[in-house]
Design a protein around this ligand. Structure first.
Ligand code: ZN
Length: 184
């Protein structure tokens, strides 16, 4: 992916360097490489496919495969951006690079039938817009998204609340974060 450094240099780094620091070829200072390639659209065909397969056949291998792919995904955390900085960000195009000073971020939560407060995640922008137009999304790898839910008092997460969805309760989130998958 292409990375832009503060000094103005643009250079390419490999996927294996994501989230790390590398010396800038122009100024020599250490440059932070974002934890993910933000130039790439958020799409999770593997996660969506695994969720569909599990919904059709709720077998243990399918459950395990789904959980495994969930942890490999990159999601959009549903958020409401109140633009106080100028100019306003466009819904659906906002990422951490385009937040402006003064903007306020409200993380979206939903309450399920069991009165649990869930963090809302989406596999792609289409899913987000299908759920509620006008909301934005914060791009986040699975580990960070689940970690956020876990450390901010959520009872769990729901992936794609507007479509075929998947709810993970607090216990499941904790197990996934500790690297545990359902038994085969
Ligand atoms: Zn530089």
């Amino acid at each position: 992916m292409q990375v832009k450094h503060g000094c103005g240099a643009e250079f390419a780094v490999g996927e294996d360097m994501l989230g790390q620091k590398v010396p800038c070829p122009q100024c020599g200072q250490l440059a932070d490489i974002p934890p993910m390639d933000l130039t790439r659209p958020v799409e999770n065909p593997e996660v969506v496919g695994a969720m569909e397969r599990f919904q059709k056949d709720q077998s243990r291998p399918n459950l395990r495969a789904m959980m495994e792919s969930v942890m490999k995904g990159t999601y959009l955390i549903g958020a409401n951006i109140i633009a106080r900085g100028a100019p306003e960000g466009k819904p659906g195009q906002l990422s951490w690079t385009s937040l402006r000073k003064g903007d306020e971020i409200q993380i979206v939560t939903v309450t399920n039938d069991a009165d649990q407060k869930l963090l809302v995640l989406f596999t792609d922008w289409r899913q987000l817009n299908a759920w509620k137009a006008g909301f934005s999304g914060l791009v986040s790898p699975a580990k960070d998204a689940l970690g956020f839910a876990s450390s901010n008092g959520h009872d769990g997460v729901v992936i794609n609340p507007g479509g075929p969805s998947l709810e993970l309760d607090r216990e499941q989130v904790g197990l996934l974060l500790s690297g545990q998958l359902p038994p085969p």
